[in-house]
Design a protein around this ligand. Structure first.
Ligand code: HEL
Length: 409
């Protein structure tokens, strides 16, 4: 790629770099969107750092142009500066990868979206899922009612994490933790976000094909899209290449952050164990929304969004979140929280502009809410003060509709 323009600026402790390659394709920008406001992104990062994040990064891609904003540290012991190329754990952004695999199987006629999920699960007795009315679509849209076992697992943040960080679970063990509790709602009756749904989907993918999800991610997504920084290495505990370390805040916030980088993420697997970086996430969501991963019918199913908040500004499709921003633009992607890492990865409906942001901390809802303001800055071109003000005023809007009994930031 030939670089046509480069601009580099240091805004306080934040490095802002803009690159423009000679456009390979005419018309790759989105004329209806204002230019991203990188100063606003930098201001959001600085706020996140003042609230306890060691570092933050945001990368925006649009056609031949990319914007890179990095603030603070990727490794607090070595004082390594953050940069936008680093890998990190993407948490529930993994759910969109799992959905692509599943919907490809639907397109191949191997899975029926509206069939009972139990049809595709291995058969311990009694049935793997407790209600025959739970369909594959209910799992993908968080409408099965299946209890989220992570509510109990991480009720106490650090002890919960330490108890599972080196554990390896089977899908069935995780499903059993959920099905020991009653359903949150009758299948189909309500949206109720649960990791259990995407653990069941991982089990379905493996049962139907006889092949590990890792192989499907690789063959169906990572390799064709040349996502060289993306991997699924369960149950290996380490990240390879250049990465940001993750720092988990303790429930007693006077205690120091816990380095939570190394873990199996076996408690999440197909619900949350993908590793990636901002460039690859942007490439993935851009390819997905522009129709390069799924046939038209399956992409339409995936992007048929149902509001999940009273104001209608947040919605969920199949393994895909929608966010309607202050400027009225709706973007599609996913958020992720895994110990030490908060991620936002979203794109426009045509996939032309994509952004991914990371803060390398978690169990700090204030930081997560603040980080969400990079969406407005990336897609609406807002000024920094307005972006930060909006973030502060919109906790409801940017905080996930999670099981109300637990503050799972
Ligand atoms: S939670 C979410 C987010 N999703 C869900 C999934 C993911 N992540 C988890 O289930 C992790 C839960 C524990 C996280 C931990 C922390 O902050 O590191 N918190 C505690 O232990 C609190 N006691 C809906 C927010 C999503 O955005 O989709 O990722």
């Amino acid at each position: 790629m030939r670089i046509k323009e480069v601009s580099v600026a240091l805004v306080g402790s934040t490095l802002v770099v803009t690159l423009a390659a000679s456009p390979a394709l005419a018309g790759t920008t989105t004329p209806s969107l204002p230019a991203p406001d990188v100063a606003a992104v930098a201001a959001v990062h600085r706020t996140a750092l003042s609230q306890g994040a060691p570092g933050a990064l945001t990368r925006i891609d649009e056609g031949p142009r990319s914007y890179h904003v990095a603030t603070g540290e990727a490794d607090t012991a070595a004082h390594t500066p953050m940069d936008t190329g680093r890998r990190f754990r993407v948490g529930s952004v993994s759910k969109t990868f799992t959905t692509v695999v599943l919907l490809q199987l639907v397109a191949e006629g191997k899975v029926d979206l509206d069939a009972p999920a139990n049809r595709y699960l291995p058969e311990p007795l009694p049935e793997p899922l407790p209600d025959e009315r739970i369909t594959v679509r209910h799992l993908l849209s968080h409408r099965s009612g299946l209890y989220d076992y992570t509510n109990d697992m991480f009720y106490n943040t650090v002890p919960g994490f330490e108890a599972v960080r080196n554990k390896v679970f089977s899908y069935q063990e995780l499903l059993d933790l959920s099905t020991a509790k009653p359903l949150n709602n009758a299948p189909g009756a309500a949206y109720s976000y649960s990791n259990t749904n995407f653990v069941a989907l991982g089990a379905i993918i493996e049962q139907v094909t006889g092949t590990p999800v890792a192989t499907h991610y690789g063959q169906r997504i990572f390799t064709p899209l040349r996502l060289k920084n993306t991997s699924y290495v369960h149950p290996r505990t380490t990240l390879s290449g250049t990465y940001a370390r993750g720092y988990l805040r303790q429930d007693d916030t006077t205690l120091p952050l816990v380095d939570s980088t190394e873990q199996t993420v076996s408690w999440a697997q197909s619900a949350g164990a993908v590793i990636s970086n901002a460039k690859d996430l942007n490439r993935f969501f851009s390819a997905l929304l522009s129709g390069k991963l799924l046939p038209e019918e399956q992409l339409r199913e995936m992007t048929t969004m149902v509001p999940v908040t009273a104001d209608g500004r947040q919605s969920y499709g199949l393994g895909l979140r929608g966010r309607t921003l202050s400027c009225g633009t709706t973007v599609y992607g996913h958020t992720g929280t895994v110990q030490g890492y908060y991620t936002y990865a979203f794109t426009t409906r045509d996939g032309r502009r994509s952004m991914a942001s990371l803060a390398n901390t978690s169990n700090n809802g204030t930081v997560n809410t603040t980080l969400g303001a990079t969406l407005d800055a990336s897609f609406c071109g807002t000024d920094p003060a307005a972006a930060v003000r909006r973030a502060a005023a919109s906790t409801q809007r940017f905080t996930e509709d999670i099981a109300p009994q637990i503050a799972r930031d």
